[in-house]
Structure formats: C-alpha cells, structure tokens
Design a protein. Structure first.
Length: 314
C-alpha cells in the first residue's frame, strides 16, 4: 500500500509538472526573432492596447473607369489587444519562399493554425500590400508571401499573427504584426460563392477556429445580400459510432445554425439544419471534424456576388 502511494505521488508530481510546463508554453508570446538564428531586427513597435486590422483575403485593384479606384481588401479582421509590429531582414541567401515556409512550420509547432495564406499573384499586387503594412514593405509581386495565423481556445480570442515576406533588391524581409491577449472584434468578408463551404474543428471541439469563422462570415454576407438565398448545414465527427460523437456532430451543426440565425432576422426557413453524422476513422480524420454549409443563391445574387466591401485607398 505504501509503495502504491509513493508511486501515485510521483506520478502526480510528474503530471502536474507536465501540465505546468504546457501552460507556460501555451501562455508565452511568440517572438519572431526567436524563430530564426541569423536575422537582423530593423524595427519593433509596441502598443499596449490597439485595434489592429489584419488581412484575411487577397487584395485587389478596383477601377470603375471614373473617379473611384484603388486597392481594396477582399477581407480582413479587426482584433483588439496588445499589438507588436516587427521588421526583420533575413540573410540574402534565403529566399522569401523558404522564409515563409519556416514561419509556417514554426508557428504550427507553437500551436498556431493558419487561417489564410497566399503567395505571389494570388495575394494581389505588392503595391497594395505596401499600403496595408506601411513602413518597411517593398519588393515585387512575384516574391511576396503572406499568412494569417491564430492560436487560442476559439477563433474569437487568443493570439493573432500576420506575416508578410518579400525581397527588396535581393534582400529578403519580413514584416510581422502580432496581437496578443486579443479579442476578435469584427470580420469583414466578401459574400461567399454558391456551393459548399466547410468549417474544420480541433479534436473534441464544437467551436469554430478563425479559419471557420472567416468562412461563416462569407455565408452570412451572402444571406444578408440575397433574401432568396438558403443554406443547408451538416455537422460531422470522426468515429467510432457512439452517443458522444453523434452529440458532438449535432452540436457543431447546431452552433452554426444559431450563429446564422442570430445574424439574419426571420431566417428560420432559409437555414436548414440536416443534423449530425459520424464517420469511421480514416487516414486523415480531420476531414470528418467539420461542418458543411451548402449555400444556395438566387440567380440575381450570383450575378452581383463579386462586389468588394472595403477600400484601402491609393
């Protein structure tokens, strides 16, 4: 009995130490300079409380042929928290792509999930990104890369990070904007296209990630614009079949239904909840930890669905 108690005590201390280590690790803010070995910090700016706008979609150049023209955001988020902006120069031997991949890998190791990413022409013109990030941003469109990442219990709080990488006269440079201990204040998004939108979840979670919230806002914008549009919701959980997994799949669907209905008055008939479905484990089980939103738009909405809602000027 005494030996058992000693072993139990040792296990308890080991477990609590691991928990404490995990809590310390998860609470630490990521310093971009700590992710590399040979970088030079050009600039660091800190704001104790800031409302930061972070891009969550490519930029576009809009020209109506008359007076209004400029670079417009295809989507962005407003977050409020402790804001720090970094400018780092990297060794000339490194390419912007290799630097961006390194950020991607290191952020994943630190528990971040990438909510949006783009590269080269898929990001839009680099001149537009200079307007977004301001000081320190230059380079050409072909060498640019961007990602928006998030870490937290839900997509509505935690740490948010935007990383832009480009090359300036063969000098690779990254501009990083981090907002820690932050709350998601607003999502700006273009209306979603007709068809299926998927929201993915962490294991056991029924709360969408930031990536899922971006998809959800696109569907909301479509429902607001087109009173004849409808959406069908199906929640999934990976197996095995059990009451718990069935309830989890249903909770995921119900959560999205409630979110949509709270934003669309008198929308009950336009939002159809098809319930939850449990699928047996496969090689990639993440594909079944999701909610599908099937968006059905009217023909008029499809024709005008590509309008922007934000302009960055210039």
């Amino acid at each position: 009995m005494q030996k058992f108690e000693v072993r139990l005590s040792m296990l308890s201390r080991a477990f609590m130490g691991a928990v404490a280590l995990g809590l310390t690790f998860s609470a630490q803010a990521v310093e971009p300079t700590a992710l590399f070995e040979h970088e030079y910090l050009l600039h660091k700016d800190y704001q104790a409380v800031d409302r930061a706008m972070l891009q969550s979609a490519p930029l576009r150049y809009l020209d109506d042929g008359e007076s209004e023209s400029g670079y417009a955001s295809g989507g962005e988020i407003a977050v409020i928290g402790k804001s720090t902006r970094y400018i780092l120069d990297h060794p000339p031997a490194d390419s912007s792509l290799s630097i961006w991949r390194h950020y991607h890998k290191q952020l994943s190791r630190h528990g971040y999930e990438v909510a949006f990413q783009c590269g080269a022409n898929s990001c839009g013109e680099s001149a537009g990104w200079r307007l977004v990030f301001g000081r320190g941003v230059a380079g050409d469109t072909a060498n640019q890369f961007y990602l928006l990442a998030h870490k937290g219990k839900s997509g509505e709080e935690g740490s948010f990070m935007a990383v832009y990488v480009n090359e300036i006269d063969d000098q690779p440079r990254s501009v990083v904007h981090i907002v820690n201990k932050a709350e998601l204040n607003k999502i700006y998004a273009l209306p979603a296209k007709t068809g299926e939108q998927s929201l993915y979840y962490r294991l056991g979670s029924s709360t969408p990630s930031l990536r899922g919230l971006l998809a959800l806002e696109g569907v909301l914008q479509s429902l607001r614009q087109d009173t004849a549009s409808r959406v069908q919701i199906t929640g999934y959980a990976d197996g095995p079949e059990s009451d718990y997994n069935q309830a989890l799949a249903q909770r995921r669907a119900d959560y999205i239904q409630e979110k949509l209905q709270s934003q669309i008055p008198m929308a009950d008939s336009r939002i159809v909840n098809l319930g939850g479905d449990v699928r047996e484990k496969s090689v990639n089980t993440e594909q079944w930890r999701r909610v599908d939103m099937m968006l059905l738009l009217s023909q008029d909405a499809i024709a005008k669905n590509d309008k922007p809602n934000h302009n960055t000027g210039g």
